[in-house]
Design a protein around this ligand. Structure first.
Ligand code: GLA
Ligand code: ZN
Length: 667
């Protein structure tokens, strides 16, 4: 499949000419340098509100007109941002309601950025207004290629307007029935029964913070508020520039917004990628980053995404900001493309002289010229990207999926019980992703309500909460021939965090998996159980379900404690498919051993026949194959056939040495 927004890989990033308004000669120098760096796009206007509307209703587009023209003349396409990520001072001064109220109930003062109320009608109106003016002004400008909405939506507001909006949201969610809310929040507990919506406030440290169902509704409400804020922002853009695609830059696995839901509203997803390379764990960073790329790719069923930001060198906000090697930076960008990114973009093009981010990496440093290690590295990468037109728009398909679900991540975070110290839902999911990534098998990362039908294998680590119909969907997937792996604390609660009655896992899943989970043990860090499976022993870390087989084949058993001999790993045939239950957590090599067996048993083929060693990853996108060496040494790779190295234009076959931090792009 294919979906193209551009004909080439976009290479560019955040560009702030408005910070250089007094030195327009720098604008011309930027144009020269961008071409030299093989940059073909710039994202402008992200924080420009005080420049384009210096006073209420007074507009100043002169500089932006000039820049739009200059960029067009120089063959640089513009991704134009709406400015709502930071407000001019006059706006907050005149309309204090636009400022965010913290959980403490105290309204923030003007300052920093991303500091707005999500509900304020004034702010929404002001944002719509400036967006309309931007769209009207540039709708026919040939440089305008995409909209970048605001910047990294996030956070929450507890002002009275947001509280009112939350109550309205709840009324709709519970069909105006306060008793439905009482039932769903289990409000008989601790005398919490409510008789009026006005008795509800947002969860707070000094207020209600123990009703998990309530916290879930608050998460959903805040997430929906961001989405509706976005819809408000894009309304004038859709109307005036219906053909210009719209995205907003998302933040890795940020929990404050249900990105899987939000993605449905975006024309394409984009995200900001800041791994901590070259700090001694590049192998793990590579796996984690790959997982995140695949999460974003999967959000729109495999549709390519944008890597809207990454650093050309170091960031400034880690405790210690290590410089990555230029090769590492390049490899990181290639990894994004390999996983489905149609862009490599940076924060930022040019370092500012002042402000909080003046020491954040940029393509152009304070020295101002091109004779830097970083500039040369970026320029080199740009020339490689220019050879990848064929990749643009290409989907990758997967036969394996790992369920990582935003709503489950909230539920897992909120409940109190078992092991309250170690939840690590995300890390659990990455752990189950890794064995496939290492073997060159593409994996989708999906929400629990995604379509299961195309997968040979679905793994659902720590899927504690089930949304409506999820149990039925899992059952029918397995019945019709699917392979499904669930791990501990599976299917315990419904979408309101109410426990399923009649034994875990929920309802008919006991029959589907052929097990009943009677109790769950939590283990302090220094106490381990052991599991014996496949002729090996594995440590049990932190948590284990004590399950009984009601028909499943027992593949592993506990070795200690009063439940010694009880099953810890089972497999049940159900309909035409199979359901595995991994009752325990192991932080070592169990997932790898088990997945190796699954791959053989289910006969899951890697995307290519290329054989690599540890920490060298292979990824196929369309007909293009990427081989990436994230290990810390030069490594041999065995090619399964003759390939063209499309970067160097040579033919390769047999054994090839891949130097440390390098990659091959093959066809
Ligand atoms: C974020 C923001 C950028 C910038 C970078 C710095 O991703 O979107 O504006 O602050 O971080 O790494
Ligand atoms: Zn508010």
């Amino acid at each position: 499949m294919e979906k193209k927004f551009f004909d080439k890989i976009i290479h560019g990033g955040d560009y702030n000419p408005d910070q250089w308004i007094d030195t327009p000669e720098i604008w011309d120098e930027d144009m020269r340098l961008m071409k030299l760096a093989n940059i073909n796009s710039a994202t402008v206007g992200i924080f420009s509100w005080s420049m384009i509307e210096p006073e209420e209703g007074v507009y100043n587009f002169g500089w932006l007109d000039t820049m739009m023209d200059k960029m067009h003349e120089n063959g640089i396409s513009v991704i134009l941002a709406t400015p709502s990520g930071a407000r001019p001072a006059w706006l907050s001064q005149k309309y204090p309601e636009v400022l965010r109220v913290e959980e403490t109930g105290i309204r923030n003062e003007y300052g920093v950025r991303h500091n707005h109320c999500l509900t304020s009608p004034v702010y929404r109106e002001k944002v719509r207004n400036i967006n309309r003016i931007l769209a009207e002004r540039y709708k026919d400008h040939p440089a305008l290629k995409m909209w970048h909405i605001s910047n990294e939506y996030g956070g929450e507001c507890h002002c009275e307007k947001c509280q009112e909006a939350y109550r309205d949201w709840l009324k709709e969610y519970y069909n105006n029935d306060i008793d439905a809310l009482n039932r769903s929040w289990w409000n008989g507990f601790w005398s919490h029964r409510l008789n009026d919506w006005s008795q509800i406030n947002s969860p707070k440290f000094r207020g209600e913070n123990h009703v998990t169902a309530m916290k879930l509704t608050w998460n959903r409400f805040v997430s929906d508020s961001h989405i509706s804020f976005y819809e408000n922002e894009i309304a004038p853009l859709r109307e005036i520039t219906p053909d210009i695609p719209i995205t907003t830059n998302l933040m890795r696995m940020y929990g404050g917004i249900d990105y899987q839901k939000f993605a449905k509203k975006l024309d394409l997803v984009s995200w900001d990628n800041y791994p901590g390379w070259d700090r001694g764990d590049n192998d793990w960073q590579a796996v984690e980053t790959a997982f995140v790329h695949d999460t974003f790719r999967s959000m729109k069923n495999g549709q390519p995404f944008f890597m809207m930001e990454s650093t050309p060198s170091q960031v400034n906000w880690h405790d210690i900001n290590k410089l990555p090697r230029a090769e590492m930076q390049n490899l990181s960008s290639i990894q994004a493309v390999a996983h489905g990114a149609d862009s490599v973009q940076y924060f930022q093009w040019r370092k500012g002289r002042g402000g909080h981010e003046k020491f954040h990496g940029a393509v152009v440093d304070h020295c101002g010229h091109e004779n830097t290690r970083v500039f040369k590295g970026i320029s080199k990468l740009g020339s490689v990207l220019s050879k990848l037109d064929k990749v643009v728009g290409k989907y990758s398909t997967a036969k394996v999926a790992v369920i990582y679900d935003w709503e489950n991540s909230w539920a897992v975070k909120h409940f109190c019980g078992y092991n309250n110290l170690r939840r690590d839902y995300l890390q659990e999911c990455i752990k189950w992703y890794k064995p496939f990534y290492e073997r060159g098998i593409t994996v989708d990362i999906i929400a629990m309500d995604a379509d299961y039908s195309g997968y040979d294998l679905i793994i659902a680590p720590f899927l504690y909460m089930l949304k409506d119909k999820t149990a039925d969907r899992i059952e029918s997937y397995i019945a019709s021939g699917g392979n499904f792996v669930a791990s501990y604390l599976f299917a315990m609660v419904d979408k309101d965090d109410l426990c399923f009655l009649g034994g875990f896992p929920a309802g008919n899943l006991k029959e589907v998996f052929g097990v009943w989970n009677e109790e769950t043990d939590a283990l302090p860090a220094d106490i381990k159980n052991k599991v014996s499976a496949f002729g090996k022993e594995y440590d049990v870390d932190h948590v284990c379900d004590i399950i009984h087989s009601t028909g499943a084949t027992v593949l592993g058993t506990y070795q200690k404690d009063f439940y010694k001999g009880e099953p810890s790993l089972t497999c049940n045939s159900y309909g035409k498919g199979k359901a595995w239950y991994v009752a325990f957590r192991n932080d070592d090599d169990f997932a790898d051993d088990f997945c190796r067996k699954l791959i053989t048993e289910i006969d899951i083929k890697p995307d290519t026949g290329i054989i690599t060693e540890k920490d060298v990853f292979v990824r196929k996108r369309g007909d293009t194959v990427f081989v990436m060496n994230f290990s810390d040494s030069d490594t041999g790779v065995l090619l399964d056939k003759e390939y063209t190295d499309i970067v160097n234009g040579v033919t390769l076959s047999g054994e090839v040495t891949l130097p440390v931090c390098s990659y091959l792009i093959l066809e």
